[in-house]
Design a protein around this ligand. Structure first.
Ligand SMILES: [Zn+2]
Length: 192
């Protein structure tokens, strides 16, 4: 069996001590592809280093994580944009809104989310969305910006089953990579 890890931050410093061993253990268990979502400007080099070390297995994404949107977010976004314009990435991520830990920069998070969705559409890349205590805010922006170029997955989803149904009905094309459309009806396993 071939497994794909769609979202791993194994390049983070918390894994410095045993990163390579963890990678080898996962590969031994059948994981053949690892998709790496960027966090901020500082995580880019470690992420790309892991991709260099496991170049046929690791696939980098580029984006500014909502928890990293602070006072300097415009400078951080400029770095992200530079990389996106010049190198190959497999998605724009992870991006979104997180109002669980801190709401100080809620407005800046929304601006950064919109800007990065726009870049994804221009580059025709999927987006990987992080939404925590922010379902309505994320839905408002994604619905507003949705067009035929926008696709991707919800990674961190803290909404209710009703929220999932609303997402499915309104944005099924956005969710297509992980679920299959069936006339606005959720598959049984998530309908429960
Ligand atoms: Zn993540």
């Amino acid at each position: 069996m071939q497994l794909t890890d769609t979202h791993t931050h194994l390049f983070a410093s918390e894994f410095d001590a045993d990163r390579v061993e963890m990678m080898h253990r996962a590969i031994e268990k059948g994981v053949t592809r690892f998709f790496l979502p960027n966090i901020d400007a500082d995580s880019i080099q470690p992420m790309l280093a892991l991709c260099d070390a496991f170049h046929d297995k690791c696939f980098p994404m580029m984006g500014l994580h909502p928890c990293s949107v602070t006072a300097d977010y415009e400078a951080q976004l400029a770095v992200i944009k530079e990389w996106l314009s010049n190198d190959k990435f497999y998605a724009v991520g992870e991006i979104g809104i997180d109002l669980y830990h801190d709401t100080t920069y809620a407005e800046q998070q929304k601006l950064a989310f919109r800007k990065q969705i726009e870049w994804a559409k221009e580059a025709e890349l999927p987006i990987v969305i992080h939404t925590r205590n922010s379902f309505n805010e994320v839905m408002e922006i994604v619905t507003d910006m949705k067009d035929e170029r926008l696709k991707g997955i919800f990674h961190c989803f803290s909404g209710t089953i009703e929220d999932a149904k609303r997402t499915w009905c309104r944005l099924s094309s956005l969710l297509q990579p992980v679920l299959h459309r069936s006339k606005c009806k959720l598959p049984d396993r998530i309908n429960r």
